[in-house]
Design a protein around this ligand. Structure first.
Ligand code: SF4
Length: 478
């Protein structure tokens, strides 16, 4: 394929390549989408820059899941607007685009509230970016938040081997998007649309391409990743367990992960194979993110989670039976409307029973347009805050004990990149802990045995115990 590089001609007549800065907020799906947006703009000559002030195109890839998400986006637009004004004073045009879930939810309102934004693009339309950006550069104000009929994934450009290598030895691959669950606190079903699973062959091709450029670890991502039901080569739907088994055969791929799972799907039969895969596949890392949100059946029902506390614990027990060294992380919301002290104690008791390696804890906050936003029995902020602190105390104790339990043990570490100190490397444990060690940079991309000697707040420290060389990998650009 021929690619053309387009140049911007400044007011002073200088030619230079176009630069794009993509700022990602929120979850791994947005990080993945940001990469794919940059890949899709690359054939138009856009090169990525870490500095928004020098960019010709700034894309804010937004997230709607946290409190005051919309306010944060507008304040970020205000900051970028100053850079846009400065660029225009120098005779350089800067296009500002808002993408992601806030773009999908707010649409035209963004352009109405701030005239500095040129383009609002929904999460299903990133493959249209080159055309949309070209029109925005010509001065058009554009909002494209329709759910298109064409498959975004088919139309998005693939990353170059150089772009893959620059992003490191671990990569996300989206296998499923959207959600049909309609938890009463969540905007995702409205911003990302219905559940769609990508076909197996396309995912395998993506993973083979990544592996050929040095990627060793793949995290399969989706809003409800364990509801995956993409079509296999024979046209029949396959489960996430089947997909993981297929990907474990891709040469060069040493580690597989998946997130985020829904407890309800873990127990409805479609995940029997996934649970078994934890016992069968050494490449499948023993670390599962399984959000529970609450330990009270009354609140789980009000959240429309469609599983009970007992069923959640059953899912944990079945996974642990398949692989006893599995560790779990979770998400919790405290202070959901109507949550009593007794409901909250159920949450604390569940956390104690599971003994999590880590968890994300949040105070409930309303999302406009969701059913829970209309509930009257809101919990006072002071109570929410007090409950959050009590839950965080439990989770922090568990997380510290989990990390400390590895001191004196030897772990397999995937070496990812140089550290901040001379001679230092940074890698990841099977439990996603960051591990610092002193070793040769040639080990980047290898899985090595590291004796863990100490633990910091978020980091393990260790020394090389024995090197397991990575299988030979294709060189970039070969
Ligand atoms: Fe949101 Fe619930 Fe769907 Fe997760 S399962 S994306 S919380 S609606």
């Amino acid at each position: 394929m021929t690619s053309y590089t387009y140049y911007v001609i400044d007011r002073d007549g200088m030619n230079r390549p176009r630069k794009v800065h993509v700022k990602s907020f929120g979850c791994q799906m947005n990080v993945y989408d940001s990469h794919r947006m940059a890949d899709t703009l690359a054939p138009d000559g856009y090169v990525e820059t870490a500095h928004p002030a020098e960019a010709d195109l700034v894309i804010l890839n937004t997230c709607h899941i946290r409190e005051k998400a919309v306010d944060k986006v507008y304040s970020e637009i205000g900051r970028i607007r100053e850079m846009k004004d400065a660029a225009e004073a120098e005779g350089r045009r800067m296009v500002i685009a808002v993408a992601g879930c806030v773009a999908q939810a707010e649409g035209q309102e963004i352009i109405r509230r701030t005239d500095s934004v040129d383009l609002v693009v929904g999460s299903q339309n990133y493959h249209r970016l080159p055309g949309l950006v070209a029109r925005a550069r010509d001065g058009e104000k554009i909002v494209d938040t329709e759910f298109p009929l064409e498959d975004k994934f088919d139309a998005l450009a693939q990353p170059s081997p150089q772009a893959i290598a620059k992003r490191g030895v671990s990569s996300f691959v989206t296998v499923q998007e959207g959600c049909d669950k309609f938890c009463t606190f969540c905007v995702v079903p409205y911003t990302r649309g219905a559940e769609v699973s990508r076909p197996v062959v396309k995912i395998v091709a993506d993973v083979e391409r990544l592996a050929a450029s040095g990627v060793r670890e793949i995290s399969l991502i989706g809003q409800n990743v364990n509801a995956y039901h993409g079509l296999g080569p024979d046209g029949a739907p396959q489960t996430l367990g089947q997909l993981l088994r297929r990907l474990s055969d891709v040469p060069g791929i040493a580690r597989l992960r998946y997130m985020t799972s829904h407890p309800r799907d873990m127990l409805n039969g479609m995940c029997d194979d996934l649970i078994a895969a934890h016992g069968d596949l050494p490449a499948l890392m023993p670390y599962v993110h399984l959000p529970v949100q609450s330990g009270s059946d009354r609140i789980l029902a009000a959240m429309n989670r469609k599983h009970t506390r007992k069923e959640y614990l059953e899912a944990i027990a079945r996974l642990r039976a398949a692989r006893p060294d599995l560790a779990f992380t979770s998400d919790f919301i405290v202070g959901f409307p109507g949550e009593t002290e007794e409901d909250f104690r159920g949450t604390l008791a569940l956390a104690e029973e599971v003994n999590f390696a880590m968890a994300y804890t949040f105070m409930y906050s309303t999302r406009p347009g969701t059913p829970a936003a209309a509930l009257e029995d809101q919990v006072p902020e002071t109570e929410k805050s007090e409950r959050l602190q009590r839950l965080q105390a439990v989770i922090t104790r568990q997380w510290r004990a989990f990390n400390a339990s590895f001191v004196g043990q030897t772990m397999d570490i995937l070496v990812e990149k140089p550290g901040k100190l001379a001679g230092q490397l940074v890698g990841r444990s099977p439990y996603l802990q960051s591990v610092h060690l002193m070793a040769q940079p040639a080990l980047i991309g290898s899985i090595v045995k590291v004796a863990i000697t100490d633990v910091g707040t978020n980091t393990l420290f260790g020394a090389l115990a024995e090197t397991t060389r990575a299988p030979a990998l294709a060189t970039v650009g070969a």
